[in-house]
Design a protein around this ligand. Structure first.
Ligand SMILES: NC(=O)c1ccc[n+]([C@@H]2O[C@H](COP(=O)([O-])OP(=O)(O)OC[C@H]3O[C@@H](n4cnc5c(N)ncnc54)[C@H](O)[C@@H]3O)[C@@H](O)[C@H]2O)c1
Length: 242
């Protein structure tokens, strides 16, 4: 895979879990990485572990001003990974409108704002990579997360295609990754019996590892992936096959 040396990558929600692994994979590919998170202490820990060519930055992806300030502070970016999300487990009948709005604001408006702010900067440079984190929940409805989460992740899939078409002629690709059952802090917090019940449904027989999503994201951000745009990549252990 081609190197990302000289490229600047911003990863939102990179203070833990999949975002942390994506930041690590882009860093290993040679990029300068901005580890952005609403939890600045978590972002600082990740950036310190990565070392040279990494730094932490605060961001609240619900806020256009916050995302604009983040992007104004970097050279580029060449790569934006819209990974930050709020994963809320709630029965459909119990979702309050305020919680619906907040989950949509983080998960869907955050991606819309990230694409709208970063797209023109990438277009101007004639090169860019945007990767949006969707979910199996956005394709099939969530087994664990609520309808607000699933609806936001479904929205990301069509938004990815719309932005991909807008930027396709300018050297900028936009793709989505739809993971499921990846071993992250949220998963680790589940009771062991529930975890085992979920594991038993996964055709490959195990949970996914964050580094596996990181490797896929790094490929999509590479030079070699320039012909791939508007696509959704399933990384779900075979839970959903097209
Ligand atoms: N873990 C899985 O199995 C799985 C499955 C499908 C999809 N995904 C998707 O992958 C992505 C990462 O998942 P994860 O499990 O690592 O999530 P996580 O909940 O472990 O981490 C999310 C990160 O986003 C940050 N964040 C939350 N709200 C924010 C905001 N308003 N602004 C900026 N940062 C904010 C959090 O502080 C946290 O560091 C998410 O988009 C998630 O929906 C994960």
């Amino acid at each position: 895979m081609t190197s990302l040396a000289g490229r600047t990558a911003v990863v939102t929600g990179a203070g833990q879990g999949i975002g942390e692994a994506i930041a690590g994979a882009l860093h290993a590919a040679g990029a300068e990485v901005v580890v952005a998170d609403i939890d600045l202490a978590a972002a600082e820990r990740v950036a310190a572990e990565l070392g040279e060519r990494a730094r932490a930055a605060p961001v609240d992806v619900r806020s256009r001003a916050s995302l604009a300030a983040l992007l104004d502070d970097v050279d580029g970016p060449d790569v934006l990974v819209n990974n930050a999300a709020s994963t809320v487990s709630r029965s459909f009948w119990e979702i309050e409108p305020a919680e619906w709005d907040d989950v949509l604001a983080v998960n869907l408006r955050g991606v819309f704002l990230g694409c709208q702010l970063a797209g023109p900067r990438m277009r101007e440079r004639g090169w860019g990579r945007i990767v949006n984190l969707s979910s199996l929940a956005g394709q099939q409805g969530g087994a664990i997360a609520g309808a607000h989460y699933a609806a936001s992740k479904a929205g990301i899939l069509v938004l990815t295609k719309i932005v991909a078409k807008e930027l396709a002629g300018d050297g900028v690709t936009v793709n989505a990754i739809a993971p499921a059952a990846v071993r992250t802090p949220a998963l680790a917090a589940m009771p062991p019996e529930r975890l085992e019940a979920v594991r038993a449904t996964i055709p490959v027989g195990r949970f996914g590892e964050p580094r596996e999503i990181g490797a896929l994201a790094a490929f999509l951000c590479s030079e070699d992936a320039g012909y791939v745009t508007g696509a959704t990549f399933d990384a779900n252990g075979g839970l959903f096959m097209r």
